[in-house]
Every structure is written in C-alpha cells, then in structure tokens.
Design a protein around this ligand. Structure first.
Ligand code: HEM
Ligand code: HEM
Length: 224
C-alpha cells in the first residue's frame, strides 16, 4: 500500500479491495442478527447466519495470505517492538497503525472463536451445534465460552467503533468513506487488487468443506 497525497489517477488502486469491503460490511449486519437470534433462541437463523460468518471470517484470513497487497497480514501486522515504538512516538503513523493492526487480528480471532465454539455448543433443550458430539464432555464448557467470548467480542467491537470515530471526527480522516469506496484522496494502493472471484472461490471451497464436516459429524447423544 502506498500512502500519499495528490489526485487519484487510474493507476492508483483501492486500499480496501472489494472482498475486504463486502466481508467487512457483512460483519455488523450478520452480528446484529446473531445477537438477536442468540438471545431469542431462534436457533435455525442463528446456525445459518453463523455458518456464513464462519466461512467469511475464514475467507478473510486466507485473503491475508493470498489477497491484495494491503489485505495481507505480512503487510500490516507488526511485533510488540514496533507497537511500543508507535506508542512512544506519540501516535505518529500513517495508514494501518501497529495498534490498529493488532485489533484487526484480535477481532478476527474472536470471530473465529465465537463461530467455532458455537458449532460445538448446545442449548441443552432443542438445539445443538453440528459438532457438539466432538466436544463430548466439554460441550457445557464450550457453551460457557461461547457466552464469555461474546462479551469479549462486544467489548472489542465497542473499542473498534470508538477508534474509528476518533479518527473520523477528531482527526478528520474519512475512515468510513474509505471503507465504503475503497480509497480516498490520501489512502490508496499502488498495487492492483486481486479479483473478487478468487475470494468467492475460496469461500465456496470453504463452504464445501464445512458442509462435508457437518454431514460426517455424528449427532450428539440425546439425554432426554
Ligand atoms: C460490528 C462488527 C464489526 C466488526 C467485527 C468489524 C471488524 C473490522 C475488521 C476486522 C477490520 C479490518 C479490515 C480488514 O483488514 O479486514 C475493520 C476495519 C474497519 N472498520 Fe470495522 N467492524 C465492525 C463494524 C464496523 C462499523 C459499524 C463501522 C463504521 C461505523 C466500521 C468501520 C471500519 C473502518 C472505517 C475500518 C477501516 C479501518 C482503517 O482504515 O484502518 N466497522 N473492521
Ligand atoms: C459471530 C457469531 C456468533 C455470535 C455473535 C453468537 C452469539 C450468541 C449469543 C448472544 C447467544 C446467547 C447466549 C446466552 O445468553 O445464552 C448464543 C447462543 C448459542 N449459539 Fe451463538 N453466536 C455465534 C455463532 C454461533 C454458531 C456458528 C453456532 C452454531 C451453529 C452457534 C450456536 C449457539 C448455540 C447452540 C447457543 C445456545 C447456547 C446456550 O444456550 O448456552 N452460535 N450465541
């Protein structure tokens, strides 16, 4: 990713490609549905939207290795040394700062943990995740984790929104517009984005694998 000023030319590409933007905006919409359906016990909706989230989070992670330059983890994930230097410098940094990058990784990890724990949880009444059998005696603990992880996720999403709001309004950087349009006057990439079909193909393969796992997974024994 190149961060620079000046007019946008045709050889300047989005800093956030279409894959990142579509997956990103799916998150708040789908997480809203998951919250509602989890609390209301609408488990069929919960499971289907949950599978779609699992697939898209995993696709985002694969995209971190095969996706567009600015989406790749090696491009923005930095070690603790760099984060300390960033904090000591008083926060001078352009683009994805090292602390922001850390929060991206934590958000994605919590989303994986939330969806995977869900597939192994049971509500002890009518519904169990497709892999509840594999959790065996741990399924109660996994369901507890599903609840705790949700609180952590809520906390991190709140922090994410505060951070975005801070840059958007205090620092007057068009963060949200950039996440919608893909680029702004000052944030763009010099490298061409990788095509949407590649991430869609990745998502299809992952869906096939998940579907196969669901069909081979034995049903958890019923205690009632
Ligand atoms: C509620 C669920 C949300 C989750 C799980 C989430 C997660 C993420 C993740 C993982 C990224 C990193 C993008 C990537 O490289 O893949 C990101 C970036 C971003 N998010 Fe969210 N997000 C959520 C909601 C929102 C909302 C509601 C807004 C707007 C108000 C927002 C605004 C942004 C912006 C502007 C960026 C780009 C940050 C930058 O330019 O460095 N997010 N978000
Ligand atoms: C980001 C994704 C997810 C979110 C935000 C989420 C959120 C929630 C919430 C808020 C509850 C209610 C907890 C309570 O108060 O008892 C819940 C329960 C549950 N979820 Fe999820 N969930 C997600 C993914 C999944 C997935 C993929 C599955 C599996 C198909 C799943 C299966 C379950 C089950 C079985 C329960 C009932 C557990 C119990 O009653 O202890 N969840 N979830």
């Amino acid at each position: 990713m190149t961060v620079g000023g000046g007019p946008i030319d045709s050889d300047q590409y989005p800093v956030w490609d279409l894959t990142i933007r579509l997956i990103h905006w799916y998150f708040p919409a789908a997480i809203g549905v998951m919250w509602w359906s989890g609390e209301q016990g609408r488990m069929e909706v919960h499971a289907w939207v949950g599978y779609s989230l699992l697939i898209l989070v995993l696709t985002r992670i694969v995209w971190g290795f095969i996706g567009s330059e600015s989406a790749r983890f090696r491009h923005f994930v930095r070690g603790p040394g760099e984060i300390r230097r960033y904090l000591a410098s008083g926060g001078a940094y352009s683009g994805h700062n090292p602390l922001g990058a850390l929060s991206v990784v934590v958000l994605l990890a919590l989303l994986v943990s939330q969806t995977v724990s869900g597939t192994m949880s049971s509500d002890d009444i009518l519904f169990e995740g497709p892999f509840a059998y594999w959790a065996q005696d741990w399924s109660g603990a996994v369901a507890d984790w599903h609840e705790t992880n949700w609180r952590l996720l809520q906390g991190l999403i709140a922090l994410h929104l505060i951070a975005v709001g801070w840059y958007q309004w205090k620092k007057r950087q068009p963060m949200v517009q950039t996440m919608i349009r893909g680029r702004s006057e000052t944030r763009f990439s010099a490298a061409a984005p990788r095509p949407l079909w590649l991430s869609m193909m990745t998502a299809s393969i992952l869906s096939g694998v998940l579907w196969w796992l669901i069909t081979v997974a034995p049903e958890a024994p019923s205690y009632y």
